[in-house]
Design a protein around this ligand. Structure first.
Ligand SMILES: Nc1ncnc2c1ncn2[C@@H]1O[C@H](COP(=O)(O)OC(=O)CCCC[C@@H]2CCSS2)[C@@H](O)[C@H]1O
Length: 372
């Protein structure tokens, strides 16, 4: 393992034969506080890095701060419903991925203008107020007149009104992490368009709802700010708040030899079963209008899969036999536009039907896909 160390920063890389994993490297380093910066801007790699640290690093005798940034992505909380929280057709159109994290809480948008910080500690030392104090003090050290303060729900507000940081946490048996965002120069128009659900009013569920707030970027109040300087200030404030003297160590979360098992962790976070399938049970009830005909769609979705489906369609528009066959096709399928479109296309190919009926089913299917 190579450790390139300058006065305030170092890079870990594995271009020579590795003798140890990241966890044993930390043990050898013997420091009680460590600051890492991820070399990746991929959300799944970065969430996997959090998981890996949480599962493999000894956090009873050390604390660790991870700094990271992502390319554009919507990140939902562990117990949320993506159809309720974001505009999935808009995210697909814009090519913005959706990720489900392991911590609770609400939905946020990230891009390169957003900094993420993860504070890992033992459960005993878990202290969100103190961590947020690191962030607000770092900002005040850079701009003494800046009005930033943490709230009782662990947001950080700018000028008492605009949210610049949101918090979530995961508490394990003996260790914990608190992670938070910091809005420096995020594209706010993309943020608001992807976080505005197109289907929230047709969904009923007990999933955790987000708490929307007016947001602002730090660079909107001071264009001379830049996110690298802010990250450095947070690192240095972390050292002084907790009495550590760690340099910022850059770590590459794709490095399997350094972090055995991390590839699988990143893979698991990208599966449909995790991102959509972990959605708490929900129902969809909506009125669709096809050819001026009113159709009621009523579904129960469990593990992201259609468990019950009812379609109320006038018998003189589509025969009850064909409607029942269509319902049986949808039952057990993923609540997902691609899978539904493929299943309905196969249904139409394998049944003999007039062109007129095929066109009606096609238009009905288009309407159903618009709520998925
Ligand atoms: N990036 C970012 N930062 C701060 N606030 C945001 C952001 N994106 C959206 N929002 C606003 O917060 C609410 C949701 O607030 P809510 O309080 O419901 O949720 C959160 O704050 C969760 C923060 C999760 C932090 C994790 C850290 C690493 S991975 S994600 C949303 O509707 C917007 O109004």
């Amino acid at each position: 393992m190579i450790l390139r160390l300058s006065s305030r920063a170092c890079v870990l890389s594995g271009s020579v034969r590795l003798k140890s994993t990241l966890a044993s490297f930390f043990d050898d380093l013997g420091k009680s506080g460590i600051i890492l910066k991820s070399a990746s801007s991929g959300i799944f790699e970065n969430l996997a890095l959090e998981d890996w640290i949480h599962d493999h690093v000894d956090l009873q005798n050390r604390s660790l701060l991870l700094l990271w940034r992502n390319s554009p992505v919507v990140v939902i909380g562990r117990h949320q419903n993506p159809w309720q929280e974001c505009n999935l057709p808009a995210t697909r159109r814009l090519g913005i991925p959706l990720a489900r994290r392991r911590s609770g809480g609400g939905t946020v948008f990230h891009d390169f203008g957003n900094i993420n910080m993860t504070f890992f500690t033992s459960k005993k030392k878990y202290d969100r107020h103190r961590n947020l104090k690191v962030v607000t003090s770092a900002l005040k050290a850079l701009r003494p007149n800046l009005d930033v303060a943490a709230t009782d729900r662990f947001d950080i507000l700018l000028n008492g009104h605009y949210k610049i940081s949101g918090t979530a946490a995961k508490l394990g048996r003996s260790s914990a992490y608190h992670h938070c965002t910091l809005l420096c120069s995020v594209d706010r128009s993309v943020l608001s368009s992807v976080l505005k659900s197109n289907t929230a009013e047709v969904i009923k569920s007990n999933a955790t709802p987000s708490v929307p707030s007016p947001v602002k970027n730090l660079l909107e109040v001071d264009p001379t700010f830049d996110s690298s300087t802010i990250m450095e200030a947070i690192a240095s404030q972390y050292n002084s708040e907790f009495g550590f003297d760690s340099p910022v160590i850059t770590v590459d979360p794709t490095h399997e030899a350094l972090m055995p098992g991390i590839h699988k962790m990143a893979h698991d976070l990208q599966t449909w079963e995790w991102i959509y399938g972990k959605t708490p049970k929900f129902s969809v009830c909506t009125a669709l209008v096809v050819d001026d005909v009113n159709i009621k769609l009523d579904m129960d979705v469990r593990n992201g899969t259609v468990e019950r489906c009812a379609l109320e369609i006038p018998a003189d528009w589509l025969s009850p036999e064909i409607v029942n066959e269509l319902i049986s096709t949808l039952k057990g399928s993923r609540y997902c536009p691609n899978e539904t479109a493929v299943l309905v296309a196969a249904f139409m190919r394998t049944r003999s039907m007039t062109d007129n009926v095929a066109e009606k089913i096609h238009r009905l299917c288009e309407e159903m896909l618009s709520v998925m």
